[in-house]
Design a protein around this ligand. Structure first.
Ligand SMILES: Nc1nc2c(ncn2[C@@H]2O[C@H](COP(=O)(O)OP(=O)(O)OP(=O)(O)O)[C@@H](O)[C@H]2O)c(=O)[nH]1
Length: 223
């Protein structure tokens, strides 16, 4: 039987939950389809509710299962609650580079993300549909500046032409791995000095890095 894109029978060392967010029709589902199955559809339907897909890959000789969650950008279908963000260690915040409004809403999405998610979550800002660059409505510099100011990774992608999609997801997953390895090192050092065994030894490590700080109910995006 043919192997699925990126799937192999190996012990999983880590499961990383990554969430996709952004306005409706910016291309979240197609970015996921491109990354998880190397597929693309031009007549993609609006997402209703929440779905996820996985892809297993190797990072630094470890087997990582990326569990990528997708939800509707349309307000009437949106099921984004704290449950969607719970346990997420990465986020792809997507806008459509041909739709200025979707970029103008990025700050609100970021606010919602920071309100619900772990404070150490790794975030990639994505300007999708770079194949339509003649219709560009968001200059690269504007997005780059925003990303620098907010401490986000940034890439322009095309799910259609498979440009930078792999790179965007791999950057986030590798950074998550880097953060978690660093934490594991600290945990190891602390437990060694306490004479305890490592907190993070073993497999299928639970990922949440830290709980979000404070009361989250007051800071969520209003419609
Ligand atoms: N030209 C072009 N079209 C794209 C690209 N990515 C997605 N699309 C198209 O944009 C439309 C919306 O894509 P979706 O992936 O469904 O968007 P979404 O953000 O998941 O939308 P919601 O589910 O409503 O939140 C579809 O017609 C896609 O085929 C891209 O990179 N280039």
């Amino acid at each position: 039987m043919a192997k699925k894109h990126g799937d192999f029978n190996q012990k999983i060392d880590y499961v990383f939950k990554v969430v996709l967010i952004g306005d409706s029709a910016v291309g979240k589902s197609q970015l996921l389809a491109r990354f998880a199955r190397n597929e693309f559809s031009l007549d993609s339907k609006a997402t209703i509710g929440v779905e996820f897909q996985t892809r297993t890959l190797n990072i630094d000789h470890k087997t990582v299962k990326a569990q990528i969650w997708d939800t509707a950008g349309q307000e009437r279908y949106r099921a984004v609650t704290s449950a969607y963000y719970r346990g997420a260690v990465g986020a792809m915040l997507v806008y459509d580079m041909t739709k200025r409004q979707s970029f103008d809403h990025v700050a609100r999405w970021l606010e919602e993300l920071r309100c619900h998610a772990d404070k150490n979550i790794v975030i990639m800002l994505i300007g999708n549909k770079s194949d339509l660059s003649t219709l560009r409505a968001v200059p690269t510099e504007d997005a780059k500046e925003f990303a620098q100011r907010e401490n986000l990774f940034f890439l322009e992608t095309s799910a259609l032409e498979s440009i930078n999609v792999e790179s965007a997801f791999l950057t986030v997953l590798t950074e998550i791995y880097r953060v978690i390895s660093k934490k594991a090192l600290v945990a190891n050092e602390e437990s060694n000095s306490n004479g305890n065994s490592s907190l993070l030894k073993g497999t299928n490590i639970a990922i949440p890095l830290e709980k979000p700080a404070g009361n989250t109910s007051a800071c969520c995006m209003s419609s």
